[in-house]
Design a binder for this molecule. Structure first.
Ligand SMILES: *[C@@H]1O[C@H](CO)[C@@H](O)[C@H](O)[C@H]1NC(C)=O
Ligand SMILES: *[C@@H]1O[C@H](CO)[C@@H](O)[C@H](O)[C@H]1NC(C)=O
Ligand SMILES: *[C@@H]1O[C@H](CO)[C@@H](O)[C@H](O)[C@H]1NC(C)=O
Ligand SMILES: [Fe+2]
Length: 609
């Protein structure tokens, strides 16, 4: 009996621990909307007779508009009261808000139960209304509704952004409207004179295309139609003016971009690179979003583009919508001023793709919030062989980019591995002397996330090295750009865990690995107390990378998003006319390809600096 009681209390303790862990998990959301518990929502308008809420606008004109929302009649206010924006047709027992402001932001709220806040309303193609809600996000009680704010132009082209198709002289524009229509793009070399035009095509996705909740449940928002149209026959390095839209449904305003430079060693390019960016609200709502720094980064990126940057590369963890569809709208609205002027090339991250039993390589990760890649693929169409085969390559001036997915099988024998090998083997280094491989999860990483968890940083990095490092070395890849760990990290020229330094001609003897996951999401503090020796620099500060390259120099400046200060600076060089000779790959030796941590523990090549 003693034994039985003991096991029973052990069981109870275990259950309690699990409960607390679960609770904790719920309260540490990337996005506060993840806390909105639809099953606990009550609509109790009668219980709060007298409470009312109103918005100073009844119509949302154009793309976005600031509105003021006022409320009164609550008696006394409380800290867990808030003002939430909903799709007008959305039932709060089914649908999460688009965003919310805590009512106590308004000084009169706690004492008088009245107040006002301002929101920036974005055209999301459907009418909206506000709710006055009590009792926090986990047990919400809706006590009053505002009138409906009608969206005047649901077919105004929104979320415009550019990308490369992988073919010279082509730039694609993508945008969103409510209805399908007949999408097209028109462009020319003089403002207002668009002498060429091309018809586009349209995609969408439905709730049934999502793999699970919240994407198919509380986060579901009708995405409208996602259009794409290609401007072809572009002259290199030429300014073009363009509009996208529809003869009947209407056109966007005029935008401009500078077409990509001619591929080859004669070009000089300036480009930007980020990973793990995310989005946040400029009206101060959703104040507990961990992505607030993304606002500073996107503002800095827009300024860089204004100053002449020609391309933005973003390697995974794009919007962090994670199943809350309205956040894709917010994301492309935020990044619009940048990506309507330069092509935007992405790779898929865990927060776009991962979902159990959906074909990615991580069996138990729920990181995409049920999206399982579909919104990402259809909103950022890259020149990939198929929708869920998100690997591709493209050239930009003197650089060849090989972009792959760390969320799909990359092991030898996989289709993706064959692609990477073929792609790297085929690069003509007399045309593109530089080769950069991009993906989401790092190949070398300063992280204390060890263990055999299938998504553990060091575990995945080791898998990536086992699968790809010999290829990167053999084909003289210059650098890899990854993210996932929300920090900035740069290795030495490293191969099989050893810093190899430079050749007599100044070229690095092995690839450098950059982790650039510091763009906008909350920083990941779990770096080693003593920096592993193969890392030259590790920084925990938000920022982005500016690269300038010609045939002989590839310089990098890593800038802080908030104050523009220099976080890192380095330049790779090659002699003019450099030709690659694939390197011999030594036979694997015992201990080769070990993780930085193993090295550190053994006091070997990775002994703490
Ligand atoms: C509503 O309030 C916002 C924010 O204060 C203001 O910018 C806007 O002009 C107001 N709209 C109307 C119709 O008064
Ligand atoms: C969402 O997807 C899950 C998993 O496929 C399914 O069980 C659930 O019924 C779906 N919910 C809705 C509202 O379609
Ligand atoms: C390439 O860039 C480097 C560094 O900016 C510069 O010194 C060099 O002159 C450039 N080479 C050519 C051919 O423009
Ligand atoms: Fe991330």
């Amino acid at each position: 009996m003693g034994e039985f009681t003991k096991s029973l209390s052990l069981c109870a303790l275990l259950l309690l621990t699990l409960r607390i862990a679960q609770h904790h998990r719920r309260l540490t959301a990337h996005n506060p909307l993840e806390l909105w518990a639809t099953h606990n929502v009550r609509v109790a308008l009668a219980e709060n007779g007298g409470a009312s809420i109103r918005c100073n606008a009844t119509v949302l004109e154009g793309q976005h508009q600031w509105v003021e929302v006022t409320w009164s009649g609550l008696g006394t206010g409380s800290y867990d009261d808030y003002i939430a924006l909903f799709p007008a047709a959305g039932d709060p027992l089914i649908t999460a808000p688009i965003k919310y402001h805590w009512a106590a932001r308004s000084p009169s709220h706690l004492i008088l139960g009245t107040g006002s806040v301002t929101f920036r309303l974005l055209n999301m193609r459907q009418d909206m209304r506000f709710a006055l809600v009590r009792s926090g996000l986990q047990f919400p009680v809706v006590v009053a509704w505002s009138g409906v704010v009608t969206v005047a132009e649901p077919n105004q082209p929104m979320q415009g952004h550019l990308s490369l198709t992988g073919k010279p002289g082509e730039v694609k524009v993508q945008w969103v409207t409510r209805d399908a229509g007949s999408p097209a793009v028109r462009w020319g070399t003089r403002s207002g004179a668009h002498e060429w035009s091309a018809a586009g095509d349209s995609l969408t996705y439905t709730r049934a295309d999502m793999c699970g909740a919240p994407a198919n449940a509380s986060g579901w928002v009708d995405p409208g139609w996602l259009h794409g149209a290609v401007m072809a026959g572009l002259q290199p390095s030429t300014t073009y003016f363009y509009q996208y839209g529809d003869e009947e449904l209407g056109w966007s305003g005029e935008e401009s971009f500078v077409s990509p430079p001619a591929t080859g060693p004669g070009a000089s390019v300036r480009l930007l690179a980020v990973a793990d960016l995310g989005q946040a609200e400029v009206d101060g709502s959703m104040e507990s979003s961990e992505m607030l720094p993304s606002l500073a980064t996107t503002a800095a990126l827009a300024a860089e583009v204004q100053a002449g940057a020609q391309l933005l590369v973003h390697n995974g963890d794009i919007s962090y919508a994670r199943g809350f569809g309205s956040q894709w709208d917010t994301y492309f609205d935020q990044l619009g001023p940048t990506v309507r002027r330069v092509p935007y090339m992405t790779t898929v991250g865990n927060h776009e793709r991962d979902w159990p039993h959906s074909g990615d390589r991580f069996p138990a990760q729920y990181d995409s919030g049920g999206e399982c890649g579909v919104p990402y693929y259809r909103r950022t169409r890259m020149p990939t062989p198929a929708e869920d085969k998100p690997w591709y390559s493209f050239d930009f001036g003197p650089i060849h980019f090989c972009q792959f997915s760390t969320e799909h099988l990359f092991e030898p024998g996989s289709e993706q591995h064959r692609f990477i090998e073929r792609d790297l083997a085929a690069v003509d280094r007399s045309v593109t002397p530089w080769v950069v491989v991009g993906g989401h999860r790092p190949i070398y990483i300063d992280s204390t996330f060890y263990g055999l968890m299938p998504d553990g940083d060091q575990y995945v990095a080791k898998k990536l090295r086992d699968s790809l490092e010999d290829l990167l070395y053999r084909y003289q890849v210059d650098a890899t750009w990854t993210g996932h760990h929300h920090s900035y990290q740069r290795t030495c020229a490293v191969y099989r865990g050893r810093c190899l330094g430079a050749n007599a001609d100044g070229t690095a003897r092995a690839p450098l690995h950059l982790v650039i996951g510091h763009a906008g999401a909350g920083l990941t503090p779990n770096i080693h107390f003593f920096r592993p020796r193969i890392f030259d620099t590790v920084r925990l500060q938000h920022g982005y990378v500016v690269v300038e390259a010609n045939a002989t120099h590839m310089s990098h400046r890593v800038l802080a998003s908030y104050d523009g200060s220099l976080l890192d600076e380095f330049t790779l060089t090659k002699p003019a006319g450099w030709r690659s000779q694939p390197r011999d790959v030594p036979r694997a030796t015992a201990g080769g390809g070990g993780s930085p941590g193993e090295g550190a523990r053994r006091g070997g090549a990775f002994a703490a600096a």
